[in-house]
Structure formats: structure tokens, C-alpha cells
Design a protein around this ligand. Structure first.
Ligand code: FAD
Length: 464
């Protein structure tokens, strides 16, 4: 056959999973080749996490300004230039891409800008423009991510209809935006475009968004206050776009409804991007739901081939891809890491932000775990009050008998930063006394965590 280039570790896909794996493997002394057909950073950096959070961050600044009158700030509304924000979005993406590129170079990782696929269980073919190479590897990592699914038969056109990878392509502020699908992104984009001036309708497939009941209630109240319409139990049927008109057809409990809008953002679940990898013929097996089957070291059924990120089962989140990338690299380097999905945080860059980890009150009921529930409203927190950011709460779940912390759920200013202490508590099997012992900076939102803990035993100072 062809002359193969001998490589040590070859990674296909330079998204968050792939580049974290590449860097960690290099740190551990491996010679790494990374194959990426588009841009480093993958969906997360180029289409997903980063561009969407540029929008939520701008929306949060706008709302902050609007909410600051009482502090003597902003008697007139700030001007807002959406095109300038989009330039900023591009700049941030480019900055972060350059950062990743520099790290790839600094770690002496070989980067091939091409499309890779398996030829056999130890050979990968790479198409680099007109030219073709065969690589022989000791170990390989599949990190090719996911693609938007086309299951609905609605064709995104990049003008009026967009899929989850097209958020940076929304070139004007929609007059009326309909958002459908994956809840956290729907909430984020709904909130962002509302702040930019769009009329927003969120279509929900179920009755609820799927969070802890207290969070669910707050989301409902805040969406109502913001005049963001939510239609529940919706089945999306079709969307037709002609000139400036967009007609969206849906069913709500058997009843047919048509909505007029200007833009539709389809956030339907993504599917693993594995079709063209040639893995079926080399013994890499799939789960019933079509993801690559891996063990706790992210190893596939072929011991020299690993798979990480959106190609594997579980939440399609960068936070998962990053952790799995490091696990796979460490396993390849002879360490004994384990990927454990128990305490993946759920976050929403909503306003106020939402962050949640571990067992919910409903989950405890379903599983029959005896628990105590503590809840502290941020309206009773001094710092939240002075900021004028009193929406939200901290809720903690602990085991009724041994007082281990089992879940932490927050909504409020800073929740996404604060949830880390909740994640640590769960990961370290902390008990109530462990969390109540340390100092909590004053004044700060963090005191909400302490008071939620105290409220487990009706000992919160600032609750009646
Ligand atoms: P990807 O990021 O999909 O990267 C795969 C890479 O492989 C791509 O660069 C692709 O070009 C390349 N590739 C594919 N096939 C080949 C091939 N044959 N040869 C060479 N290269 C190939 N997650 C969060 O944790 N937090 C968030 O806030 C968040 N927000 C999101 C918002 C949106 C709108 C979307 C769409 C997603 C969001 N996600 C978020 C999810 C996150 O983006 C993904 O989970 C993450 O990017 C998956 O990483 P990955 O490395 O598995 O794959």
C-alpha cells in the first residue's frame, strides 16, 4: 500500500475536546498530530458557546444600564449598535483562535489542516486540499463533535431560518424572533434578543424547561416580566419563508396554529459527526442511540482508539468534551484517570444567571432519598440589595441523616461563578458543617450559599 508516516498520537478534530486532549498528551511527553478541517476551537469557539455568550454579555450590560437609574446612571437609554457587537464577536473569536494556535505551537503539536478518516485500525488518511497522506498511529482520538440534525425537514437558509451553528450569522436584529429547541440556548438567545429590541417567542416542546421547580417558577415570572412569550407543549410542524415573511406552523395539543415572525432559530438536538469517519469497518462500536461507545477512560472497543466530546453519549457540552479530552490523553500516557459525569454543572447565561449541580428536590423524591431542603432568597442578601439584583435564590439539598450535600441550585447575579463551590462540595462529599465552617466574604452574593446552608436547619440569620 501507500507509504505511511509514522505518528504517535493522532487526534481528529480540533474543537475543545480535541485541543485539550492534544495539549495534555503533549504535556505528558507524547508526540501529537492534530487534524482539523476547519478552525481550531470547533463549534464551541466558532459557532456556539463563545459567540452566544458575546450576545448574552452585551444583553446583560444593556439590562444593567436600564436597571441603574436609581444609582443616578443612565437617565437616557444607551445607544446600541448591533453591527458593532458582531464585529466585536468576530474579534473575540479571532483572539481566542490565535490563543489556541499559539498553545498548539508552544506544545510542539503538529497541526494538519485537513479531513481525516480511518483506513484501518492503525491508519488514518488525511485529505489536505489536493494532497493526501496516510498516517500510521499508536493511538488515535476521535473528537469530531456534532452537527445540527435535519430531522424536522425545515431548511435553514441563513437569512430568516437559522440552526444552532448559525448564531453569528444572524445579521440584523430580528423584529420577531421565534426560538425552538434546546432549552438553555433558547433561554439565552431569547433573553439576549429581547434586550436588543426583538419581540421574542420561545417554543417549548414540553410543559417545562426541565430545571429544579424553584428555578422553573422564577424563569416563568421573569420571562413574563420581560414580555417574552412562551408557548408550551409545542410540536413544530413546518416553516415557510418568502421575502420578508416567515410563517411558522405548529401544533399545540392537537390544535394547529400559525405564527408570523421574521426569524426562526432552530436549536434542535445535534447528532454525532461520525458518518464519514469509516469507524464501522474497524470495530469501533456505537451505542443504541448512535454515539461512539466508550468506557470510563474514553476508550472505544478498539483499545488504541479513544473518543471524546459530542461524539460520545451524555450532554453535548464543551465542559464534557474538555474533561474527556484530558482523561483520554492521560489514559494514553499510562495514567489511570476516570471520566465521571455525576457532577456536570448545568448553566444558563440567563438574566439572572442560572447554575445547578447534583440532585434536585424532585430527583430526591423520585429516587426516594430522604433530604432536607434549604432555600435562601437573594432579596434577603445585603449585597444583592445594594446592587439592585434581588431576583433569585440559592437552594441546597442535603441528606436528611448524614447531612452530605447532594445538590446546589442557584439563580442570581454571579451564580455561574459561584456554582464552583457547589461542585467542589459535591465532589468532595462535603457535609453541612464543612460548608458552614469557612468565612464568606462580606458583602457578597456568596453569603447566600452560607445562608441557604443555615436554612437547612432553620438557622439563616436573614430569614424571618
Ligand atoms: P466540536 O466543537 O464540534 O469540534 C469538532 C471539530 O472537529 C470541528 O472543529 C470540526 O471542524 C472538526 N472535524 C470534524 N470532522 C473532522 C474530520 N473528519 N477531519 C478533521 N476535522 C474534523 N457547551 C458548553 O459547555 N457551554 C455552553 O455555553 C455552550 N453553548 C453552546 C451554544 C451553542 C449555540 C451551541 C451550538 C453549542 C453550545 N455548547 C456549549 C456545546 C459545545 O459547543 C459542544 O459541546 C462542543 O463544541 C463539543 O466539543 P467537541 O470537541 O466534541 O466537538
Amino acid at each position: 500500500g501507500e507509504l505511511a508516516h509514522e505518528k504517535d498520537v493522532v487526534i481528529i478534530g480540533g474543537g475543545p475536546g480535541g485541543y485539550h486532549a492534544a495539549i495534555r498528551a503533549a504535556q505528558l511527553g507524547k508526540k501529537v498530530t492534530l487534524i482539523e478541517k476547519k478552525e481550531l476551537g470547533g463549534v464551541c469557539l466558532n459557532e456556539g458557546c463563545i459567540p452566544s455568550k458575546v450576545f448574552t454579555a452585551a444583553a446583560s450590560r444593556l439590562n444593567l444600564f436600564k436597571d441603574s437609574h436609581e444609582m443616578g446612571i443612565g437617565d437616557s437609554l444607551p445607544n446600541f449598535d448591533y453591527q458593532k457587537l458582531r464585529s466585536y464577536q468576530k474579534k473575540v473569536i479571532a483572539q481566542l483562535q490565535n490563543g489556541v494556535k499559539a498553545l498548539i505551537q508552544a506544545n510542539k503539536i503538529e497541526l494538519l489542516n485537513g479531513t481525516g478518516y480511518f483506513l484501518s485500525e492503525n491508519r488514518i488518511g488525511v485529505e489536505i486540499e489536493e494532497h493526501y497522506e496516510v498516517l500510521q498511529f499508536n493511538q488515535a482520538i476521535i473528537a469530531t463533535g456534532s452537527l445540527p440534525s435535519k430531522s424536522l425537514g425545515i431548511q435553514p437558509n441563513g437569512k430568516t431560518i437559522f440552526h444552532s451553528g448559525m448564531i453569528p450569522q444572524i445579521s440584523e436584529i430580528p423584529k420577531h424572533l421565534i426560538v425552538y429547541g434546546v432549552n438553555e440556548i433558547a433561554l439565552e438567545m431569547g433573553m439576549a434578543f429581547q434586550a436588543f429590541g426583538s419581540e421574542v417567542t420561545i417554543l417549548l416542546e414540553k410543559e417545562e424547561f426541565g430545571y429544579d421547580s424553584s428555578i422553573e417558577k422564577e424563569i416563568k415570572r421573569i420571562l413574563k416580566k420581560k414580555k417574552i412569550q412562551v408557548l408550551r407543549n409545542v410540536q413544530l410542524i413546518n416553516a415557510h419563508s418568502s421575502n420578508e415573511e416567515l410563517l411558522v406552523e405548529l401544533n399545540i395539543q392537537e390544535e394547529k396554529i400559525s405564527l408570523n415572525a421574521t426569524h426562526l432559530l432552530l436549536l434542535i438536538p445535534r447528532i454525532p459527526n461520525i458518518k464519514e469517519l469509516g469507524i464501522e469497518k474497524i470495530g469501533v462500536t456505537l451505542t443504541d442511540t448512535g454515539y461512539i461507545h466508550v468506557n470510563k477512560q474514553c476508550q472505544t472497543m478498539v483499545p488504541t482508539i479513544y473518543a471524546i466530546g459530542d461524539v460520545t453519549e451524555g450532554p453535548a457540552l464543551a465542559v464534557k468534551a474538555i474533561t474527556q479530552g484530558k482523561v483520554a490523553a492521560e489514559a494514553i500516557a499510562g495514567k489511570h484517570p476516570e471520566y465521571d459525569a455525576n457532577y456536570i454543572p448545568k448553566i444558563v447565561h440567563f438574566q439572572p444567571p442560572i447554575a445547578s449541580v447534583g440532585l434536585t428536590e424532585e430527583g430526591a423524591r423520585v429516587e426516594g432519598i430522604p433530604v432536607k431542603v434549604g432555600k435562601f432568597p437573594l432579596a434577603s442578601n445585603g449585597f444583592a440589595t445594594l446592587l439592585g439584583k434581588k431576583d433569585g435564590f440559592v437552594k441546597v439539598i442535603s441528606h436528611l441523616e448524614n447531612e452530605t450535600i447532594l445538590g446546589v441550585h442557584m439563580m442570581g447575579e454571579g451564580a455561574i461563578e459561584m456554582i464552583s463551590s457547589g461542585i467542589l462540595s459535591l465532589e468532595m462529599v462535603a457535609r453541612e458543617e464543612d460548608i458552614k465552617f469557612p468565612f464568606y466574604p462580606h458583602p457578597s452574593m456568596n453569603e447566600g450559599i452560607l445562608e441557604a446552608m443555615d436554612s437547612l436547619n432553620s438557622e439563616a440569620i436573614h430569614l424571618p
